[in-house]
Design a protein around this ligand. Structure first.
Ligand code: NAD
Length: 375
């Protein structure tokens, strides 16, 4: 493997603590699995504002453009809440997504066997669950115009947002979903509301077109969003990859993610278009925020961030075997009963952030040895 550069953006709150554990894992792969990752660090969010007066400094953006992939912790905190909107920590995150053209958000919902009883759903519904939601991030009612609120001559108020998609926007997100399905179980369900919204009727037709022209080997189905929400809690294992627009994806991905339990366990990826050199911008981050209530206490769960690195191995570097090994190590550590406070259960052994990272590394070493012996 050639040298690959990872930009680390720890951010605020628990961000630096969880990214530090992922950094240890990156070093382990370099020392033991022949990967050649280099890393550098830059400021984003509240800390960037404190140091430079902006939540997304020019240097950070330049480093982001140059990196092969980005791993972000989290941004935000109470000390920045009174700032003007334009310089709030969260602006840094929205800004980097926009500047890198990250239009595809990928969120897996995976059930770790040892945590199956922690879900609010019955064990048999979620045991073995492994699905992915692909959400379009840059279009839809969040960006469409006209938008706004006006007061009419009779004194009543009117609020307007506009759902907009163009066929190229649908094509590129559909391709992300089909490509992903090719590396998985070859099933895509496209979610829309084609029975009442013309915009999503067009979405359905365009997804079908891309399928028929380029991805015939994938089983494509279409589902209305209300049914999809119902099916996600009734029988989520029927899905493999779901693809949908920005607003439906916002709601469905939170719903799917929480099928499996704690925020501290949920990774995500945001991908951009291929540039002229064939490089795809990619930012990986845990779904959770900066958790100011527990920051600096060495109690945060680093697994969401470490799983985000596993996604990076799989999707940015095509290192599926290494990603599998890392996910297996996490499964094993959970099976041993090790728990950070957020996922603590009766009979579990409570560990700190750093102890969880260390335990995953120790297990990686054991699994790697076993693999070597078996080979
Ligand atoms: P949050 O995700 O930070 O925390 C919600 C709850 O979950 C808290 O009780 C927290 O302690 C717990 N939690 C979160 N991650 C955890 C982990 N890894 N291990 C253990 N417990 C964990 O959400 P919030 O409290 O609504 O927001 C706090 C700050 O984070 C705000 O400033 C918000 O704007 C920001 N935020 C940032 C992002 C991001 O950077 N992507 C996402 C959401 C919120």
């Amino acid at each position: 493997m050639s040298v690959k550069h990872i930009l680390l953006l720890p951010g605020d709150g628990i961000g630096p603590e969880v990214v530090k554990e992922a950094e240890k894992i990156i070093a382990w792969f370099n020392q033991n699995k022949g990967t050649q990752f280099t890393t550098s660090m830059a400021y984003i969010g509240g800390i960037a504002y404190d140091k430079t007066g902006t939540p997304l400094p020019k240097e950070t953006l330049e480093a982001a453009h140059e990196a092969d992939a980005i791993l972000l912790g989290a941004v935000g905190g109470t000390q920045w809440e009174s700032l003007d909107y334009a310089v709030r920590p969260e602006r840094g995150l929205l800004g980097i997504r926009k500047e890198l053209g990250l239009f595809a958000n990928i969120r897996p919902a995976m059930c770790f066997e040892a945590l199956a009883d922690a879900s609010t759903l019955k064990r048999e519904v979620i045991s073995g669950l492994d699905i992915v939601i692909v959400r379009e991030l840059t279009g839809d009612v969040y960006f469409g115009t006209p938008r706004g609120v006006e007061t009419l001559p009779d004194g009543t108020r009117k609020g307007v947002n506009t759902m907009v998609y163009t066929s190229p926007e649908v094509h590129r997100i559909a391709r992300v979903a089909f490509e992903l399905a090719q590396k998985r179980n070859k099933k895509v369900c496209s979610v829309d509301k084609a029975n009442v919204l013309e915009c999503t009727e067009m979405w359905r037709e365009e997804v079908q077109k891309i399928h028929d022209a380029e991805y015939k080997e994938i089983a494509l189905s279409h589902m209305y969003v209300d049914n999809a929400a119902m099916q996600l809690v009734r029988n989520p294992k029927q899905f493999d990859v779901m693809v949908t627009g920005n607003i439906f994806g916002d709601i469905l991905s939170d719903c799917a993610a929480m099928l499996t339990g704690s925020l501290g366990m949920l990774p995500s990826a945001s991908l951009g278009a291929k540039d002229k050199n064939g490089k795809t911008s990619a930012l990986y981050e845990p779904v959770h925020g900066s958790a100011p209530d527990i920051a600096g206490q060495n109690v945060a769960n680093p697994i969401a961030t470490i799983l985000s690195f596993a996604m990076m191995l799989r999707y940015s570097f095509n290192l599926a075997k290494e990603a599998d090994l890392l996910e297996k190590a996490i499964t094993e550590v959970l099976a041993q009963g090790l728990r950070t406070a957020d996922i603590m259960q009766d009979g579990g052994k409570k560990v700190s952030t750093t102890q969880m990272g260390d335990a995953i590394i120790k297990t990686l070493a054991v699994l790697a040895k076993k693999e070597e012996k078996a080979a």
